[in-house]
Design a protein around this ligand. Structure first.
Ligand code: ADP
Ligand code: MG
Length: 700
């Protein structure tokens, strides 16, 4: 039976070889199944028929029923158009065509009853409908009344050959009639009845031709649940297989280094949340199962310290550690701050980045081999094949959504006997739904508490007309002894133009603040020069730092308490939040000032308002995801997880996702390999899910 849906789409009545080729080329629809899983992106309520007398130009869509009373072709050449007078008992409205004039005229008749659907507009002072959908009222195939009509995305190439949303609609109707009784259920019967799910076949037909809103809701729920459920089942079963297949190092003891650090070198008391997370990790690394844990915590919540203390446990158990950061600046900063915190202890730490000199690399290679290096900090230079550890036991990835599964996996392979424990730290909180999917194979720890004594950052949004006041404010703050960041966006694709913007900004600032010392950094500088500029700011030799987003990640200058973001409307929310996190690290009041032009769209407005309203990174992450939609989630592209959602939306379907995850967890807890008869259908369908890219068990 399953083969029915696997048939080539060219065999569907109304398709044929030519259209089949087009459908495949434009929409990757090759089989009946591909078509039926090609869902509408919206529905228009076509249950209502309006009277012409009630129509006005502000209505988004109208549907009317009546007859054409007369035609006229007016104008010539490109201005040629066909107008038809369309009447019902209440009045007359004009229908207008600018394209396909002759074809329309030959096909439309004056004595037939039509149903017209379209968007009213004002034309020559009168309400008219341009390029309406027009169908014979008794066209049974389209059944335009009593339906919520689905709209499908089609490409420009398709429209040129008159294959549009309506065509897809008709094909779905034909297919829907053919498939009855031929689509096997993919979920076990106990699940369908317990969750009161619409059967798959009914859902697949209903989603294209819903008869009422309630059916549509149930069909949508069933299909979203199914989609998310199989992803969860896949992720969780891969995870459980992995845990069975790979042993992990057992860090039995908390020893000299950890204890010495804790009792003598810890610069401040740990927060409750830091303590909680260290305990969670401590438990993980003592189980002989490889740890894969995601550590989430807002900017400034103190993730680095947690990572460091866990590395000390690894060292106490005789293992080496690696810590990988997304940028050179951040790697250097980790290197410095960890060196500083461990100053006085005998732990050996090295730094490896793209700009590490050859001679230094040779030394590092030696140190890794003879185990004299205990912590290696660096950029993705760490994952290169020629970096060979003698006994790597613990890996920290400070990830900022920049490393994918494949890169994470490469670090695993750095210990041939048993893979090291892995702690992934995200620099920005990620929405719950994303954590469950893109990072769904990881356990999650959350630091939900900031170190004490920090005042919430005050955020303000100003337009250009307030610039003078903003500068006065900056002057006051600098006189009080604090420091200021001024960040410029990358505006164009061209680095030269961006640099010019930044340099102009720098000149402007030095003119506006003649008696203040100003530093500048950007991505194109030589590392040594950039470093010197950073250092000067950090040491308090300069008071203003003009920069591009190179300072976005992790840079720590506690004395800086004002962040000005120029053209803030051009930044994404998570980036704004990251930037704001550079200040607010001391007890004094910190400020974030968002400067924008007057002309900002509704989405930019919402981003800026959200920043002004809240400091909570998790809340910001949720808004960000709702704004950007599922297609553009940071991390999904790089994650390497081979799923692409057809109907569920990670921005909106958090509850269904949570349900799907809970159900999948329950099922696997009772039947880890899905061997029972009633779960046979799950075992079979799970195998169909594309898994090549995120199947960790393929690494051996
Ligand atoms: P993030 O989580 O953003 O990586 P960091 O690890 O850079 O945060 O820590 C931010 C700042 O907070 C650093 O200056 C760090 O020294 C400080 N810090 C970390 N933990 C504590 C604590 N328990 N009490 C006070 N300050 C802390
Ligand atoms: Mg950090």
């Amino acid at each position: 039976m399953a083969e029915f849906l696997d048939q080539d789409i060219k065999f569907l009545p109304g398709v044929g070889p030519k259209r089949a080729e087009l459908l495949f080329k434009e929409l990757q629809i090759r089989t009946f199944s591909d078509l039926i899983y090609y869902f509408p992106y919206k529905y228009i309520d076509r249950t209502k028929i309006y009277r012409i007398a009630e129509i006005h130009a502000q209505m988004p869509y109208i549907q009317i029923q009546g007859k054409i009373t007369s035609f006229e072709i007016a104008g010539t050449g490109p201005k040629e158009r066909l107008t038809a007078q369309f009447a019902d008992a209440s009045g007359v409205i004009e229908l207008v065509w600018f394209k396909g004039v002759k074809w329309q005229k030959d096909n439309l008749k004056t004595n037939c009853e039509y149903i017209v659907f379209g968007k009213p507009s004002v034309f020559g002072g009168r309400v008219s409908v341009v390029h309406p959908d027009i169908e014979l009222a008794d066209d049974q195939l389209l059944k335009p009344t009593g339906l919520f009509q689905g709209y499908y995305i089609t490409s420009g190439n398709m429209k040129q050959t008159y294959v549009n949303s309506k065509t897809i609609n008709k094909l779905q109707l034909i297919l829907g009639n053919l498939v009855k009784g031929k689509i096997p259920e993919t979920l076990p019967a106990y699940l369908v009845s317990r969750l009161k799910l619409m059967p798959l076949e009914k859902a697949l037909i209903t989603i294209h031709q819903p008869e009422n809103p309630n059916d549509l809701k149930n069909a949508t729920f069933r299909l979203k649940f199914e989609e998310l459920f199989f992803i969860q089942l896949k992720i969780l079963s891969v995870k459980s297989n992995r845990e069975k297949k790979f042993k992990g190092f057992r860090f039995e003891k908390v020893g000299f280094n950890f204890n010495t650090f804790y009792s003598q070198y810890l610069p401040f008391p740990l927060t409750g949340a830091q303590m909680k997370v260290i305990k969670e990790i401590r438990r993980d690394v003592n189980r002989e199962i490889q740890m894969n844990r995601l550590l989430q915590g807002d900017v400034g919540s103190g993730k680095t310290l947690v990572a460091l203390m866990c590395m000390l446990i690894a060292i106490d158990n005789g293992f080496q550690c690696a810590m990988m950061a997304p940028t050179e600046i951040l790697a250097q900063q980790h290197f410095r701050s960890i060196n500083r915190m461990l100053n006085g202890m005998e732990v050996s730490i090295s730094l490896l980045t793209g700009s590490t000199k050859k001679s230094e690399r040779v030394k590092i290679a030696e140190g890794l081999e003879n185990s004299s290096i205990q912590i290696l900090i660096g950029t993705h230079a760490l994952i290169e094949d020629n970096v060979i550890f003698s006994n790597l036991g613990f890996v920290v990835i400070d990830e900022q959504h920049r490393f994918g599964v494949a890169q994470r996996a490469k670090l695993w392979q750095k210990n041939e006997s048993i893979p090291p424990h892995v702690l992934v730290m995200t620099a920005t909180p990620i929405p719950r739904t994303l954590a469950m999917t893109v990072y769904g194979d990881l356990d999650v720890s959350v630091i939900d508490e900031l170190p004490p004594g920090r005042k919430p950052i005050q955020t303000m949004h100003y337009f250009e007309n307030r610039r003078a006041q903003v500068y006065n404010f900056l002057r006051q703050q600098i006189e009080k002894g604090t420091q200021v960041y001024i960040v410029y966006p990358l505006i164009s694709e061209s680095e030269a133009i961006d640099l010019k913007n930044l340099e102009e900004g720098y000149r402007h600032i030095t003119e506006a603040f003649p008696d203040v010392k100003v530093s500048m950094v950007h991505g194109k500088m030589k590392p040594a020069i950039k470093d010197a500029a950073m250092q000067a700011f950090k040491n308090g030799e300069t008071q203003i730092m003009v920069a591009t987003t190179v300072i976005e990640v992790g840079v720590d200058v506690p004395n800086a308490s004002v962040m000005v973001i120029e053209s803030a409307e051009r930044f994404g929310l998570s980036q704004l939040h990251q930037l704001r996190g550079r200040v607010g690290r001391v007890a004094e009041q910190s400020y974030c000032i968002l400067m924008s032009s007057y002309k900002i769209g509704p989405e930019s407005r919402l981003r800026l308002d959200t920043m002004v309203r809240t400091n909570d990174g998790f809340e910001i992450a949720e808004v960000d995801m709702k704004l950007r939609g599922p297609g553009d989630l940071e991390g999904t592209a790089q994650s390497g997880i081979g799923f692409d959602l057809k109907i569920a939306n990670l921005g909106k379907d958090g509850e269904i996702l949570q349900l799907a995850r809970n159900v999948a967890t329950d099922i696997l807890n009772n039947d880890a390999t899905l061997q029972s008869d009633e779960n046979g259908v799950l075992r079979k369908n799970l195998q169909k899910i594309k898994s090549t890219e995120f199947d960790w068990s393929s690494i051996s």
